[in-house]
Design a protein around this ligand. Structure first.
Ligand code: ATP
Ligand code: ZN
Length: 300
């Protein structure tokens, strides 16, 4: 199917861990949507950008097949799809554009509490249950280990108790699900977070312009998340030290003060959070009248 329409389609997870964050991110880029009755489609009211709400596993395929231009999905799902297609001799026709700093987790091997594990070689000749067959297969191959991959589409953590596997390979964030199933994490295979992917299909100029605009706004939203605007007064002589103490700021603005006394006002955007400790260090360096403000929007 070819996506020849003039409106941009973005595939998002319909309902799951990524849904709220994905929608929030797009809303913060200024997009407004009306949801269809069946809740599978969101029509963009103020931009030619619509959303398709689907299972996360379907997102890379929809973008690869050019049914959607963009997709927001976990890197774990993206890599699994890419490796599975490659195994069939097919090139995945999508590319990750950038990471979105949510949905952090890792794909890890876990072992029952009483099963010994020293290193990857301990998996040799064993059965490993997973929903990530392609990624696990690639890991085993890279480590020159022969093991049996037992495919589970969900509830992988019960496989050892059912006697279906010796180890599991699954997504972990806090590890509490593993602990509840008497499993322990023994080896990380891959780190993951949500990413935005774009189709390799060529877009019309008009569509590409909207995609560029959206990606630029997304980048801005991600950058301001931690950013703070800081204002303070400082002795001119201490400027070098004050600049050194300001976290992640490039070129602060230095403004003369009325009546001078050798003091100036310094305004800077800090690309990291400003903690009390930083303010105390700035004070020790001679700064006063310090104000820290959140940054709402930023366009580089
Ligand atoms: P769907 O119905 O869309 O197939 P799902 O059950 O596959 O849903 P979720 O459990 O909602 O998916 O997870 C979606 C994504 O969230 C994962 O692919 C992963 O990128 C991310 N994630 C973050 N932390 C975790 C975690 N602890 N367990 C599972 N996924 C996590
Ligand atoms: Zn899924």
């Amino acid at each position: 199917m070819k996506n020849s329409e003039q409106r941009i389609k973005i595939a998002l997870q319909k309902s799951g861990r990524l849904t709220d964050h994905s929608l929030d991110l797009l809303e913060r880029c200024g997009l407004k949507f009306t949801q269809s009755k069946d809740q599978l489609f969101c029509y963009g009211e103020n931009m030619p950008i619509d959303l398709l709400l689907v299972r996360d596993d379907d997102i890379p395929g929809l973008v690869s097949d050019d049914v959607c231009d963009l997709g927001i999905v976990g890197l774990n799902v993206v890599n699994e799809k890419r490796l599975a297609l490659e195994a069939d001799g097919i090139d995945a026709l999508f590319d990750p554009v950038f990471e979105l700093d949510f949905g952090h987790c890792r794909l890890a091997i876990a072992a029952p509490d009483d099963t010994p594990f020293a290193d990857a070689a301990s998996l040799s000749g064993k059965r490993i249950a997973t929903s990530y067959s392609a990624t696990l297969g690639d890991y085993l191959q890279r480590n020159q280990i022969t093991a049996e991959i037992v495919y589970f589409s969900g509830a992988v953590e019960i496989a050892p108790r059912l006697g279906r596997a010796d180890f599991i390979c699954d997504l972990v964030s806090t590890g509490s699900t593993l602990a509840a199933n008497q499993l322990r994490e023994v080896q990380t295979i891959a780190e993951s977070e949500a990413v935005i992917i774009q189709t390799r299909a060529e877009l019309t100029d008009a569509k590409q312009q909207w995609v560029n605009k959206l990606l630029q706004r997304l980048d801005g939203v991600l950058q301001v998340r931690e950013s703070k605007y800081i204002m303070l007064h400082a002795p001119r002589a201490a400027l070098a030290e004050i600049k050194r103490l300001l976290p992640g700021s490039e070129a602060p603005t230095v403004i003369p003060l009325d009546g001078d006394n050798g003091r100036v006002a310094v305004h800077a955007v800090c690309r990291e959070n400003v903690f009390w400790e930083t303010l105390e260090n700035l004070k020790a360096a001679g700064a006063s009248a310090m104000l820290v403000l959140p940054v709402e929007k930023m366009l580089a």
